[in-house]
Each structure stands twice: as C-alpha cells, then as structure tokens.
Design a protein around this ligand. Sequence first.
Ligand SMILES: *Cc1c(COP(=O)(O)O)cnc(C)c1O
Length: 378
Amino acid sequence: MTQAPLGIPRPPAADAAPHPRPRPEILTIKPYIGGESQLAGVNRVIKLSSNEGAFGPPPGAIAAYRALAGEIHRYPDGGAEALREAIGRRFGLDPARIVCGNGSDDILYQLALAYGGPGTELVMTRHGFSMYAIAGTYAGSRVIKVEERERTADVDAILAALSPRTRLVCLANPNNPTGTLLSRNEVARLIAGLPPEVLLVLDAAYAEYVTRSDYEPGAAFVDQHPNVVMTRTFSKIFGMGGLRLGWAYAPAHVIDVLNRVRNPFNTNAAAQAAGIAALAEAGWVEKCRAHNATWRAWLTERLRAAGVGVTPSEGNFILADFATPERARAAQMRIRRHGIIVRAMGSYDLPSCLRITIGTEEECEAVAQALAHFMQRA
Ligand SMILES: *Cc1c(COP(=O)(O)O)cnc(C)c1O
C-alpha cells in the first residue's frame, strides 16, 4: 500500500446528490492510522503499536488527575501558565517562549496552517512522521517528500528540495517510525542552508529516549535562530497520550503567532495538572530512559539473531524489517495469535517492516520469543 501523491488536488468522484464539499485537496488526505489496541478473542493484549511508554503514567500524574475531578466545571487556564512555568524550570527555558497544545499534533497543525497554505510547500522526509503530510495538505500546501539515506534524513537532499515556495521543513528527530536521528552538527548544517523565511520544525517527541551524545533536541537552535521551533510531548516518556499534551519552544514572533491562532482552551485542566505532576515525579525520566536503552538493545540483538533486520533506534521503538511485505504481514498475523499488537508500516511506505514499541521486560521477551519462533518456521 503506497501513499497517494500528497497535496495534488484530485476532485472527489461525482456524486448525484449535491452537498457541501471541502476544498478538493482535503479528500486526498488519508486519515491517520493509529495503533490497534484490541484483538478479538484475546484477553491479555500486549500493545506495542503506539509507542506509549512502558510504565504507564507517573503515579503523581494519576493522583493529580484524580484530585481534579471535582473541579471539571471550571474552564482551564487558557495560557497554561503554571504548566509553562514548570516546563521552563525543568528544561531551563523561558516560559514566555513556550506554547502548550492539545498534544504536539495540535501545534504541528497550527504551524502548518499559519505558515503554509496554497502556493507554498512543506518539505519532509520520505518516511517522516505522517502528521506532517496531513497537516500540510490540510493547510493547502504542497507536501514534498525527500529521499532518505539508510532510513535517515539526508540534509543535502532536504536542502536540494527547497524552492522559493518552501515555508516549512518538518523533521522528527529522532524520527518515527525509523528511529534514526540527525546529529547536532547535521541539524546545524541543515539550519545553515535554510533561507530565513523557511521555518524548521524540530519534532523531538522521543528526545528523552536518546542515548547518543551527539544529539541536541532543539532548544539550543531555537535560541540561536529566528526560524527554528522545537516541539515536545507528554505522550511518550511521560505516558500521558490519552490526555493530549504537548508543547513548543520557539522564537517570540512564532509564539505570538501560535497564541493568536490556537484554540484558547487547547490544553484541558486535567492535562495541565497531570503534566505538572509528571514533571515533578522524581527519577521518572531516568528510570524510563534506562529501561528503554537496556531493552531496546536487547530486542534489537534478539531479532537480529533470529534473522530480522533492525534499524538502529534512538526512540522507544524499533523498526523490524522482514524483507518482503508478505513476510511482514505473516509475522504480524502470527504474533497476534499470542495477543501481541505491533504496527504495520504500509502507510509509511515501509511495507516489509513492523514497528515494535519497547514495552516492559515481559512484553519484550514475549515479542522476541514469538518472532523468533516465526522466523524458525518461516
Ligand atoms: C507520538 C509522536 C508525537 C506526539 O504526538 P502527540 O500529539 O503529542 O501525542 C509527535 N511526533 C512524533 C514523531 C511522534 O511519534
């Protein structure tokens, strides 16, 4: 299953009954496919399809969420001031240059709509995070997908794809679903090659899981360049995907734009309270990062030993390559029988691959065993 060319308006099929119609490019958008979460007839599902974090939410975040229940008739603080201050303290950033969102997807949408639009282009990489293509097409931009090298963003290819119409370059670093990243020096080289009117969105959803020392999530670049934004999320290492909370750190002029266009109450009260508590949870990030590094390496080794190709990952997931779409599909079906759900990658133009989230020790062992068994018999 390959993705239709994005951003090329294709009229919907003629339909007898007249009805309101969206702009034609809207109907070229393929709805985002989330990870499955249920299997018919299986009681205990091991869900390794959405990179949700191995340990659930921090206990303090659960308590803060519960404590809020009697107050949900109150509108949230539209400016998320206490949360922005907590983020600023935690990461050493100026709270005035932080905007929170209903997930970082919300912020990506606002950036795509505010800076893109008809007659402009959004550049992303071939296997880049699919939300960029959805948001860019929604905005009316043409979405340009650039070839990668060894499943890694290629700075020269990105720079070569720029045109006078380019307004946005979106880069997940590390990228989902490949797990690869660009080093600090490579991102610096990308920024140096961008014209000042092009906004670089560095999506650092997996920053906390990175163990490579040559990595910079983006704040240092935001401080040096008026055309760089960093986005972050509470959905991964903080295990709060269900509450929808993300944030951006950006130059003051971009913050001003986001505060004009965002929904005034885009982060709900429960997300704000739980987010503050999650940041205060002592040792949480360190514990999750250490667990992830250990079991990411273990699962990579185990799958390689079984004959599965694995791209070296800096995220909380690995991309496993079964060489053909048929084998990937067969592997997926086989492990489903053990109640294990992973993510098919056809929609990312990687049909021979499956993306597997790093779960708990037991979950990693279960998926490794099931896949080793599949490879022996395949
Ligand atoms: C999961 C993910 C996000 C986070 O999205 P939220 O809307 O914050 O849940 C953003 N970017 C990438 C690349 C992701 O994989």
